[in-house]
Design a protein around this ligand. Structure first.
Ligand code: ADP
Ligand code: MG
Length: 265
């Protein structure tokens, strides 16, 4: 007997599928596309492009926070109203008047998860980002990196299949960013989530990703893509390896070409 088609969502093995996706805002700004993209389940993909090229727009379309002007976005396992997506914004966007614990617990509260289960899952998410000891602290007591960890825990607490991250570490100092890069990779290895990571840093995209998608300036289209093969687990040794430098060079050239071509056209 033939299997019934899935009620919604892309083919098996694909977490997110974009086909002919464009976005034009109400004010007439054509921000994105057309874009065709498949992201595999469990894959770590970066969208790399200059400021204003439509990266945040792309993430918002995938998250269902905004509607495409044309084309379609499919997310695996998704009933339109219940997408298994966690979103980490560029700003940690924490509630300043309450504790780390309450900030992380918020999505469970909104989903009416029982208090006992919410307690357990909040504790687990805080442990995953290394903040168990700061559960009762207030956001103002935390460093920028710690606030971002809280934001990450809040995205993980509902155990989403897909994590969308919008330049989460862009405002952090380099040492903190490197540490968070490593911790994010460890989480990705352990939790096996699909990650779509937006950045304008070539170095960050190459360090983190299995695949780097290079975008053109607005309206953002896919100019090139690179598979980053490296021995796992990636560590600081990868950052200083010749392979890493070579990938960074290739990606940088593609990014410059994409920008130049668009400016010249
Ligand atoms: P990126 O994240 O790559 O910096 P964005 O997706 O934020 O780019 O924005 C792409 C373009 O769309 C920019 O020119 C931006 O000014 C414009 N834009 C973003 N959001 C809106 C909006 N809500 N209304 C109108 N224009 C917008
Ligand atoms: Mg952005």
């Amino acid at each position: 007997m033939a299997a019934a088609p899935a009620p919604s969502g892309p083919a098996a093995g694909v977490a997110v599928r974009l086909r002919g996706v464009t976005k034009t805002y109400d004010n007439g700004v054509r921000a994105l596309g057309p874009i065709d993209l498949d992201v595999g389940k469990g894959e770590f993909v970066s969208l790399l492009g200059p400021s204003g090229c439509g990266k945040s727009t792309a993430l918002r379309l995938i998250a269902g926070l905004s509607a495409a002007s044309s084309g379609f976005v499919e997310v695996s396992g998704a009933q339109a109203s219940k997408k298994s997506i966690g979103f980490v914004f560029q700003e940690p966007t924490l509630m300043p008047w309450t504790s780390v614990h309450e900030n992380v617990r918020l999505p469970l509260k909104l989903a009416h998860v029982s208090p006992d289960e919410a307690e357990a899952r909040t504790g687990e998410a805080l442990a995953q980002v290394g903040l168990s000891e700061f559960a009762n602290a207030y956001p103002r007591e935390l460093s920028g990196g710690m606030k971002m960890r809280v934001s990450l825990a809040r995205a993980l607490v509902t155990d989403p299949d897909i994590l969308l991250m919008d330049e989460p570490f862009a405002a952090l100092d380099e040492i903190t960013r490197f540490r968070l890069n490593n911790d994010l990779l460890a989480l990705w290895r352990n939790l096996r989530k699909t990650v779509i990571f937006v950045t304008h840093s070539v170095f960050e995209s190459v360090y983190l990703s299995q695949r780097v998608i290079v975008m053109t300036p607005r309206p953002g289209q896919i100019a090139a893509e690179f598979r980053i093969d490296a021995a796992e687990p990636r560590t600081e040794a990868f950052r200083t390896s010749p392979g890493y430098s070579a990938h960074c060079r290739d990606v940088s050239i593609a990014l410059a070409q994409a920008s130049g071509e668009k400016l010249a056209s």
